[in-house]
Design a protein around this ligand. Structure first.
Ligand code: CP
Length: 337
């Protein structure tokens, strides 16, 4: 049987994603225990994490399995990612051997690998996570790569359904936010894909020069229209938040200046008012729209502390839902339910 990987939400059919969300709701209601006895998940974190690592370890434990976690360069060998590399530099082991070996020990691999920030024309192909999948005999779960964070997207979808009830036709605003660093586009793209999956009218509010990759707009727009929603892109942030049902402030770096940090930083100058404030929350639908974020969030930079501490904040529910959706992904890929 061909193995299945979970690398991007849109690579699974809408029916399969709905199935995962239904399974996650059953996990959250306490209707499923066991299902992964003696199963092992091998996690490779090339970049840091709080939620992803803690929730994956918890998910495996709750269902009777075990998760091991490797941090290359911190207790496990530094990993080379370039398939054609002549390895006479600092990397000791190649991801090709790492994936092949770990798939002999474990029932699934889960990998976090952020973009290196050098050349978007190269990094947009998401080769490292895809090579892990290519060289592993076992399913590979993407824990955030250059292009996608599908477990976060699933958690965003579950949170939107829980807070909004019927989502079709409601307004989801992905709002670019200022940040002191240029961040990747995986989370914002995945959040918009999640909202598109739910048939929402998605608005991406971003300043000029901060477009997502054109393929992301195609993926979001195509999915939204197939599911009865729409995609709009604007630089009018206050117009976008008017009547919104959910606002997702998130920073990302300009792809036009990817790999050129000085030019990229200069592009962010003067944009600190791209921030989710209580004034903007009051403009949402009935003044009751929800505020979302994947976390970690920079308080009073991306989103005001007053918003995070308000009843309209869904960010802690969203973080909890990471656990339940990942239980569903793991049960679907390597467990029984
Ligand atoms: N949202 C998220 O992936 O959190 P971590 O980076 O802490 O894992």
């Amino acid at each position: 049987m061909t193995k299945r990987d979970f690398l991007a939400m849109e690579e699974w059919s809408p029916e399969q994603i709905d199935g995962l969300l239904a399974l996650a709701r059953r996990c959250k209601r306490g209707e499923i225990s066991g299902g992964m006895a003696k199963k092992v998940l091998a996690m490779v974190f090339m970049d840091p994490s709080l939620r992803t690592r803690a929730s994956m370890e918890t998910a495996m434990f709750l269902h009777g399995g075990h998760a091991l976690c490797l941090e290359p360069g911190k207790g496990s060998w530094t990993l080379e990612t370039d398939v054609d590399a002549v390895m006479d530099g600092t990397s000791v082991e190649h991801i090709i051997e790492a994936a092949r070996v770990l798939s002999r020990y474990a029932d699934a691999l889960a990998v976090r690998v952020f973009p290196k920030g050098t050349d978007w024309a190269v990094e947009r192909h998401d080769e490292t996570i895809r090579n892990f999948a290519r060289y592993s005999d076992k399913p590979v779960i993407n824990l955030e790569s250059s292009r996608r964070h599908p477990c976060q997207g699933l958690a965003d979808a579950l949170t939107l359904e829980e807070h909004l009830g019927e989502t079709h036709g409601k307004r989801f605003v992905l709002m670019w936010a200022w940040h002191p660093k240029a961040l990747p586009t995986a989370v914002p793209a995945s959040a918009a894909i999640a909202a598109a999956h739910l048939g929402m009218n998605v608005t991406i509010a971003r300043p000029a020069g901060y477009d997502l990759d054109p393929d992301d707009y195609t993926a979001i727009g195509d999915l939204a229209s197939r599911r009865g929603g729409s995609l709009q892109i604007t630089d009018d942030v206050d117009g976008a938040v008017d009547g919104a049902h959910a606002i997702y402030p998130k920073s990302w770096g300009s792809l036009a200046h990817f790999g050129k940090p000085d030019a990229e930083r200069a592009g962010r100058d003067g944009k600190r008012d791209w921030r989710l404030t209580m004034d903007r929350m009051r403009r949402t639908a009935g003044g009751k729209g929800i505020a979302m974020h994947c976390l970690p969030v920079r308080r009073n930079v991306e989103m005001d502390g007053a918003v995070l501490d308000s009843p309209q904040s869904a960010v802690i529910d969203e973080a909890e839902n990471r656990l339940h959706v990942q239980r569903a992904v793991l049960l679907e890929l390597i467990g029984s339910h």
